[in-house]
Write a protein that binds this ligand. Structure first.
Ligand SMILES: NC(=O)c1ccc[n+]([C@@H]2O[C@H](COP(=O)([O-])OP(=O)(O)OC[C@H]3O[C@@H](n4cnc5c(N)ncnc54)[C@H](O)[C@@H]3O)[C@@H](O)[C@H]2O)c1
Ligand SMILES: O=C(O)C(=O)C[C@]1(C(=O)O)C=C[C@@H](O)C=C1
Length: 288
């Protein structure tokens, strides 16, 4: 059992992790650091954390066995820089961010002496909700957890982090950070970008607000993720910029093809296109 975890960013992802680690008796005490004092109060009330700090300081860090950073990805470099002063030698540092090349670069640059003990990880679970109130038990049960070891990785630290995630029900997978970022650009970041873009189309439409009064479950299902945390998603898109630009160009080709089919009234082409997509989506659903 770990004696102390310090969680930086007490929100949906980090809060859900520590709730389950406590429940499964993997940790004795959790210290939480967050910029939002109201959020820290809610986290204390809900027993997500045992002590709260408004900033990174010696008291919060110097006795930690595992420091988990669960803030928007662009904050990781400055957080690592602040951590460096107080991090005990034996501590492991992890992040949970949605982009992994950027995480490893932050560790390498700002925690050079501790780099081997920094483990980049990413749970493939979450929602459009944010903050300590959104933290929930069993979020990671039967969900994937990606670990991206780097070239100086301490394998014992990697194993420890893998075991901790497994203890909350996650299935761990290992892959290089660049492969991770390419995959999640396609299956996570692009869908979010398209959901935001589609909702914007309604926003920009002169009668969009009126139309939305009549939106049903198709709109609800397609746009749920457009209600996600804007700060977090702006960071993710920028950290995965070149993959996103490639994917936007590829999406424009798809839309151009559909335009062509519509202009020429080509029903067979449209039906075949929809059928192929339906098949892929159904096969994916069967495998979940
Ligand atoms: N939401 C998801 O579905 C999901 C899934 C997997 C991974 N992630 C990743 O997990 C991380 C956290 O996401 P979340 O959904 O838990 O967000 P969240 O908004 O629920 O929680 C983030 C918390 O970090 C705090 N914070 C922000 N900047 C900070 C700073 N500099 N120092 C201390 N605290 C700070 C915020 O006040 C907030 O309470 C992100 O990097 C995201 O990419 C999110
Ligand atoms: O369920 C959601 O709302 C999510 O967006 C979760 C989701 C995803 O795209 O699947 C979002 C970002 C992550 O990094 C991992 C998971």
């Amino acid at each position: 059992m770990l004696r102390q975890i310090t969680l930086i960013g007490v929100g949906l992802i980090g809060g859900s992790l520590v709730l389950d680690l406590k429940r499964h008796k993997q940790v004795q005490t959790v210290y939480g650091i967050d910029l939002d004092s109201e959020n820290l109060n809610r986290a204390l009330e809900r027993h997500v954390i045992d002590r709260a700090f408004g900033e990174i300081c010696a008291e919060a860090i110097s006795s930690a066995d595992w420091v988990v950073v669960a803030t928007p990805v662009a904050t990781l470099p400055s957080i690592c820089a602040k951590l460096a002063t107080w991090l005990p030698e034996h501590a492991i540092v992890s992040d949970v961010g949605s982009t992994k090349v950027s995480a490893i670069e932050a560790f390498r640059q700002h925690l050079p002496r501790h780099f081997a003990r920094c483990v980049a990880s990413h749970p493939i679970a979450g929602s459009d909700r944010s903050g300590a109130l959104a933290a929930q038990f069993a979020l990671y049960q039967n969900k994937k957890l990606i670990l991206c070891p780097h070239e100086q990785q301490d394998s014992a630290c990697l194993n420890t982090v893998a075991k901790l995630w497994q203890s909350v029900g996650a299935h761990t997978h290992i892959m290089p950070a660049d492969e991770h970022d390419e995959i999640f650009a396609a299956v996570s970041h692009l869908p979010h970008l398209l959901a935001f873009a589609y909702v914007h189309q309604m926003l920009d439409h002169p009668k969009g607000a009126h139309y939305l009064d009549f939106a049903g479950s198709g709109f609800r299902d397609f746009t749920r993720i457009a209600a996600s945390n804007p700060e977090m998603w702006a960071d993710i898109m920028l950290a995965n910029q070149s993959s996103m630009l490639d994917l936007i160009a590829a999406q424009q080709n798809q839309l151009a093809y559909l335009s062509g089919c519509l202009k020429s009234g080509n029903k067979a082409a449209l039906r075949d296109y929809f059928q192929a997509a339906k098949q892929i989506r159904e096969d994916w659903g069967d495998k979940q």
